[in-house]
Ligand binder design. Structure first.
Ligand SMILES: O=S(=O)(CCO)c1ccc(-c2ccc(C3CCCC3)c([C@H]3C[C@H]3c3ccccn3)c2)cc1
Length: 240
């Protein structure tokens, strides 16, 4: 709801993250290095440190047949599916339902030796965006997750080190209608997914450990999540 205290921040961050995610890896300055590739999925990162901590920005692009951007964002945003695809999640709770398209989460992630356990509090907002390039093409869908504070979960009050993140999932659907005028089926749709994330690990953790975690976990996460959406939607009507 645009009357909520967070609305100005949400609107600003969503617009800035969507414009960054829309830039190709070539455009948004050099420094992006390809670090993982699997079929249509390509993962890039920039090696950046803040106060001696690894905060490597990540940008992944993936093209998946048979699903729409609305479906990808639906399964990413809604909490009831998260334990099915987020393998590093230990606990998740919705702290506040701001509106049907905006939630506030608290999540604890499984400890990754030798780093101490992490938790995160973030607002999550999903939105349909007009498709500027192709007026009569399907809309673009996005989910933006951005760390925020919450009085019930002050940072570093418990056993977990609080991390800070900004994540943008941007999905563009393409429909190639069959030549013979048959109705559009899932074989005729493709989704171009861009996933951007910047994670500040909060407290010190060895750069080598963090980079190894990201190198292992991000490709696994995107492959597992997109396979999950394909499996969940394969026998359902297409959600544009
Ligand atoms: O896109 S989301 O919003 C989806 C909602 O869950 C998201 C994605 C990733 C994270 C996250 C943040 C930090 C870490 C590290 C930092 C130091 C020690 C824990 C990890 C570790 C668990 C690894 C990981 C990395 C990449 C993907 C999934 N798992 C994950 C949180 C939320």
């Amino acid at each position: 709801a645009n009357s909520h205290r967070l609305w100005p921040e949400i609107d600003r961050v969503v617009k800035q993250e969507v414009s960054m995610a829309s830039l190709g890896v070539g455009e948004c300055g050099s420094g992006w290095q390809l670090f993982a590739e699997d079929g249509e999925m390509r993962m890039f990162r920039r090696e950046e440190e803040m106060d001696g901590m690894v905060v490597d920005p990540l940008k992944a692009v993936h093209v998946v047949k048979g699903i729409t951007g609305h479906e990808v964002c639906h399964y990413f945003f809604n909490p009831q599916y998260r334990y099915d695809w987020e393998t590093t999640l230990e606990h998740m709770i919705v702290l506040e339902t701001v509106s049907e398209d905006t939630l506030i989460f608290h999540q604890t992630h499984k400890r990754i030796w030798p780093a101490s356990q992490r938790d995160v509090v973030f607002w999550s907002h999903t939105r349909r965006l007009p498709n500027d390039q192709d007026r009569d093409g399907p809309d673009i869908w996005t989910v933006v997750n951005n760390s925020t504070e919450h009085p019930d979960h002050p940072a570093n009050a418990g056993k977990c080190v609080r991390i800070f993140l900004t994540v943008c999932l941007l999905c563009q659907t393409r429909v190639d209608p069959p030549k013979d005028g048959a109705p559009v089926s899932r074989d005729d749709i493709t989704c171009k997914i861009t996933y951007c994330s910047v994670v500040n690990p909060g407290g010190w953790a060895p750069a080598s450990v963090l980079r190894a975690v990201y190198k292992r976990e991000y490709p696994k996460f995107l492959k597992r999540f997109t396979a999950y959406v394909k499996n969940q939607t394969k026998d359902k009507p297409i959600m544009y």
